[in-house]
Design a binder for this molecule. Structure first.
Ligand SMILES: C[S@@+](CC[C@H](N)C(=O)[O-])C[C@H]1O[C@@H](n2cnc3c(N)ncnc32)[C@H](O)[C@@H]1O
Length: 333
């Protein structure tokens, strides 16, 4: 087959690879191979799987460089498979689990619906908005929150890039399990933090902040950012929050921040900025994820400027990090 057509075919069947990666991640295959090669039959025994079917999944993955089949049926880790381990510093295991979960996978089968209507495929599939679904479905919420918790490399990139010297209290709105706030508080010991999220998320965040030795410097607040956010912060941070919502809802969240913030305060929106041009851009994948799951989108700097202005902020600067994230700083207008 001519190579362009072969390249295209590989993209077309890419979902099979995604699902095979999901299965390997869900079964913890990379963790099971951490101490050395093992036979597919043995792996099937430990994971409660069908031996020859697991073998076929691993064989496909090995054909793409994820795992290597040494002799018939025995598999070993490869450098490409390392981030599937739970304990890898750059672990993508939660990502692979999340992406193939039924509640994420089924809505992706309705991308055409989103493309034709602009509506969320998730809402169309489940008849409810994603964050309401997560409130009611603890196992899905655990998978989602674990994905958010596995964003430490991104968190470190923000902690490194921004000068927090003249901030005393940093409020993280929609802060999830507190991975970003914990990284920043650890790197900048003069700071105090306030983590705000929905009640079931805050309940999961508190023990993690305690385990990180940060309980004394970090308050947790259960709340709804469409109603209000706590007063008293010097800076209000929103990481991967605005991308979940349409423009009107973003302005509503930013408006609550504007009401809470003093005239000297700062807004720090942490997101991936969409680039122009045709270069590979992970933000464009994340953007479709927002189209499918939420009513949100990834945005350009100009689009953030417009949102900021609608809520009474001026976009003062954009600070790049060594990851894909940017820190989009706002000041009260
Ligand atoms: C995409 S996650 C980002 C989490 C975290 N900032 C991070 O980047 O890892 C969005 C967060 O917003 C929270 N959230 C959604 N609706 C909310 C609401 N109405 N009030 C407060 N938090 C909310 C979710 O629970 C979730 O933790």
């Amino acid at each position: 087959m001519p190579s362009l057509a072969a390249d295209l075919r590989r993209m077309i069947v890419g979902y099979r690879l995604s699902q095979a990666l999901h299965v390997a991640a869900k079964l913890g295959i990379a963790d099971l191979l951490a101490d050395g090669p093992r036979h597919a039959e043995e792996l099937a025994g430990v994971t409660g799987s069908h031996p020859s079917s697991l073998y076929r999944v691993l064989r496909l993955l090995a054909s793409e460089g994820v795992f290597e089949e040494l002799e018939e049926g025995r598999f070993t880790l490869t450098p490409l498979a390392e981030p599937l381990r739970s304990d890898a510093p750059d672990s993508l295991r939660a990502r692979a689990v999340f992406d193939g979960e039924e509640w994420n996978w089924h809505p992706w089968g309705n991308l055409l619906h989103s493309t034709k209507t602009g509506g969320s495929a998730f809402d169309c599939t489940y008849g409810v908005a994603v964050f309401d679904y997560l409130k009611e479905t603890p196992e899905a919420a655990t998978s989602f929150d674990s994905l958010m918790a596995q964003t430490r490399p991104w968190a470190l990139s923000v902690a490194d890039a921004y000068d927090f010297a003249d901030i005393d209290t940093l409020v993280d709105i929609g802060g999830g399990y507190g991975v970003l706030l914990a990284a920043i508080l650890t790197a900048h010991p003069h700071l105090n933090g306030v983590l705000v999220d929905l009640p079931h998320v805050v309940a999961g965040a508190r023990p993690k902040l305690e385990a990180a030795g940060l309980a004394g410097r970090c308050e947790t607040v259960a709340g709804d950012f469409f109603q209000s956010v706590p007063d008293g912060g010097d800076a209000y941070m929103l990481k991967h929050v605005l991308h979940d919502w349409d423009d009107d809802r973003c302005v509503s969240i930013l408006d609550k921040c504007r009401r809470a913030i003093s005239n000297e305060g700062r807004l720090l929106v942490v997101e991936i900025l969409i680039t122009t041009g045709n270069e590979p851009d992970y933000g464009k994948y994340l953007d479709l994820n927002m189209l499918v799951l939420t009513k949100g989108r990834e945005r350009t700097e100009e689009q953030y400027r417009t949102l900021f202005e609608a809520a009474g902020f001026t976009l003062s600067r954009v600070v790049a990090t060594h990851s894909e994230l940017s820190i989009i700083e706002g000041r009260p207008a």
